[in-house]
Ligand binder design. Structure first.
Ligand code: SAM
Length: 207
């Protein structure tokens, strides 16, 4: 029980995120690789409603893996597979068959609230990896705060960005247009940007 972390943001964004993911992912069986699952609360929540999903949680941190595992066991979330370590900056996960578990190609790769709390290499690693690990009709989905055309979209995001950079100079809110450009260079076409509560965005790319 004590391994289960409770992320306040999960309670705020779970329902809006489910509304975004439902039209994108319902239908046939779909395999979702979740990057940076953190507490591991999203997988059980989404798969509880979207029963066609097979969830593959991951994180760079063992503490996160313990929490993900504890939640999936506690909630008896059968569609959520055992978590595995994935560091998006590493080369191994980008190669077919180099994950410990999961299919060669995924229908969706989801990254929520990670790219601003990591060096920019995590953004490039995620995009390059998604380009290789998504199937031909797969989606890469980002959720979190973004700048637009180099500008913050709200004073609260600017303050958050400053606090991130004071913690680590390599962290910070990323620019949406830079991400779109990088994705485009990796054969991921920008499909949609959706405004979410609290000045966050969902950004969807299609393989
Ligand atoms: C703010 S938490 C977000 C967790 C969860 N996605 C959520 O929205 O509640 C950021 C997560 O990113 C993970 N992370 C940081 N760098 C990473 C990397 N290079 N590869 C994979 N995960 C990373 C951290 O371990 C942490 O769990």
């Amino acid at each position: 029980m004590s391994d289960m972390q409770d992320a306040p943001s999960f309670h705020r964004n779970k329902q809006p995120m489910l509304s975004v993911l439902t039209p994108l992912l319902d239908g046939d069986e779909k395999h979702v690789l979740e990057i940076a699952s953190g507490s591991g609360q999203h997988g059980p929540f989404f798969t509880d409603t979207l029963a066609n999903l097979r969830w593959w949680p991951s994180d760079i941190s063992t503490q996160a893996l313990n929490s993900i595992n504890a939640w999936r066991t506690h909630l008896n979330a059968n569609a959520v597979n055992a978590p595995q370590i994935v560091d998006v900056t590493g080369a191994d996960w980008r190669d077919d068959n180099q994950l410990d578990q999961g299919p060669e190609k995924f229908d969706c790769i989801l990254s929520m609230n990670m790219i601003h709390i990591a060096p920019f290499a995590a953004t490039t690693g995620l995009i390059e990896g998604a380009s290789k690990r998504l199937n031909s009709s797969g989606f890469l989905v980002f959720y979190g705060p973004f700048k637009r055309h180099g500008e913050h979209t709200a004073p609260s995001n600017q303050a958050f960005d400053e606090s991130l950079q004071s913690r680590n100079a390599d962290w910070g809110i990323r620019d949406l247009e830079e991400i779109i450009d990088l994705a485009d260079k990796n054969h991921l076409a920008h499909s949609n940007t959706i405004e979410m509560p609290a000045n966050n965005l969902v950004v969807i790319f299609k393989r």
